[in-house]
Write a protein that binds this ligand. Structure first.
Ligand code: CS2
Ligand code: MN
Length: 347
C-alpha cells in the first residue's frame, strides 16, 4: 500500500514541502488543471509537473483526474476525436511513469454537497449533504454555486447541456462508458496505466440525470464488459458509503480479490437521515463506516495499490479549500497508516 495526498498544483496553499513532512507519504495525486476537458495534455507539461514533484522527494504515480468530455458521456458524433485525444494523454502519462488514472463518468456534476461549512459541536466544519435542500435547487435557474457545478459553463450552456441529457438514460450512459473504455483500455495496456473509475458521489441520480457507478451492479457490469485488469475502480468509501445499501468492507474484499481496485479514497461519513449525511473525521467511531473493516478487507485480499485520505474537515482555524485542507487530511493519513500497520502485524 502506498499512502498519497491530493495536491492541487502550485496554486494549492498546501505546499509539497508540507505534504512530504507527513510521515510515510509516498507521493501526491495531482493533475494539469488548465487544459480543458477533451484536449491533449502535452508531454512537456506532464514531465515538468513530475519534475517539480520529484524534486521534493515525492512520487507522481496517480493522476486525479483526466476529465472525460461531456460529448463522450453523451455519445455525440465528436466523441471519437475526443477519445483519441484521451488516448494520447494516456500515452504521455505512461511515458512519465504514471501508473493510475482516476476519472469519473458522472453527467455534468461531479461531487455534490448542500453545505460546505457545516459547523459541528466541536467547532470544526465539514461538508454535508441534505436531500431536502438539494431537492429545492434547479441547476438550470439557480444562482447557487456548489462544488459539483462546473463554473466554466454559462447559465445558457448549462441549460443546453442538461437538455442534451434528456435522451440519455442509464443504459445509454453505460453503453457510452463501455464504448469509451473499449478504445482506451488497449492503450492503457500498452502504456501500463490503469484506469480507476471514481464512483458517483452521492450514489444516486441528481436533478434527473443518470448515474451508473453507484452500486455493485453498475461496477460489475462496467468491469465485466471490458474485462481487463487495466479497467478498474477507485474505491471511494465515502461516496459508495453514503448509501447504506453499499456494504463497503464486502465490496472492498470482492474487488480487491479480483485485482480491480487500483486506488482507494478513504473517508468516513455519518448518516443524518434518508439520503442525507455529513462527512466526519476518519476514525471508525467518528462516523457510520467501519474504516477498520474496510482496510482489513483490503489487506486480507492482497490490495497493494495507492490510497489517500479523502475529504477532511476544517480544523484549527484553517480556512482550506472545502474538503482539502491540510490538517484533518494529515490526521486522516496518520490514522490510516496506523491502522494498516496494526492490521499487517496481527493478521
Ligand atoms: C474527489 C472527486 O473530491 C472528491 O470527492 O474524489 O472530485 C474526484 O476527484 C472525481 O470524481 C474523480 O474524477
Ligand atoms: Mn473520492
Amino acid at each position: 500500500m502506498k499512502m498519497t495526498f491530493r495536491w492541487y498544483g502550485e496554486k494549492d496553499p498546501n505546499s509539497l514541502e508540507y505534504i512530504r513532512q507527513i510521515p510515510l507519504m509516498s507521493g501526491v495525486v495531482t493533475a494539469i488543471y488548465d487544459v480543458p476537458a477533451g484536449q491533449v495534455w502535452p508531454q512537456e507539461r506532464i514531465d515538468a509537473l513530475k519534475a517539480t514533484v520529484n524534486a521534493m522527494n515525492l512520487e507522481m504515480e496517480v493522476i486525479e483526474s483526466v476529465p472525460v468530455h461531456e460529448d463522450i458521456k453523451l455519445g455525440a458524433p465528436t466523441r471519437d476525436k475526443l477519445i483519441e485525444n484521451y488516448c494520447t494523454t494516456i500515452r504521455h502519462l505512461g511515458k512519465a511513469g504514471v501508473k493510475v488514472v482516476c476519472y469519473n463518468f458522472m453527467p455534468v456534476f461531479d461531487w455534490m454537497r448542500s453545505d460546505l461549512k457545516q459547523r459541528m459541536p466541536d467547532g470544526s466544519t465539514c461538508l454535508a449533504y441534505d436531500q431536502k435542500t438539494v431537492d429545492m435547487l434547479d441547476p438550470a435557474i439557480s444562482d447557487l454555486s456548489l462544488p459539483g457545478w462546473d463554473e466554466s459553463y454559462t447559465r445558457e450552456q448549462l441549460r443546453d447541456l442538461l437538455k442534451q441529457y434528456d435522451s440519455i438514460n442509464e443504459k445509454k450512459l453505460m453503453d457510452n462508458l463501455i464504448y469509451f473504455l473499449s478504445k482506451v483500455i488497449p492503450v492503457c495496456e500498452e502504456s501500463n496505466v490503469k484506469m480507476a473509475i471514481h464512483p458517483d458521489d452521492p450514489p444516486w441520480s441528481l436533478f434527473g440525470l443518470p448515474r451508473i457507478i453507484s452500486d455493485e451492479n453498475g461496477v460489475d457490469e462496467m468491469l465485466s464488459r471490458v474485462n481487463s485488469p487495466y479497467n478498474g475502480l477507485t474505491l471511494c468509501s465515502g461516496s459508495f458509503g453514503c448509501h447504506p445499501k453499499n456494504d463497503i468492507p464486502r465490496l472492498a474484499a470482492k474487488y480487491a480479490k479480483a485485482g480491480r481496485i487500483h486506488f482507494v479514497h478513504a473517508r468516513n461519513i455519518k448518516f443524518t437521515g434518508e439520503n442525507s449525511f455529513h462527512e466526519s473525521a476518519h476514525p471508525t467511531s467518528c462516523g457510520s463506516l467501519d474504516m477498520y473493516g474496510i482496510l482489513k478487507a483490503l489487506y486480507e485480499n492482497g490490495f497493494d495499490g495507492y490510497i489517500r485520505p479523502d475529504h477532511g474537515r476544517n480544523i484549527w482555524c484553517e480556512d482550506g479549500r472545502p474538503g482539502y485542507g491540510l490538517f484533518d487530511r494529515a490526521l486522516g493519513a496518520m490514522y490510516l497508516t496506523g491502522l494498516w500497520e496494526g492490521i499487517s502485524k496481527t493478521i
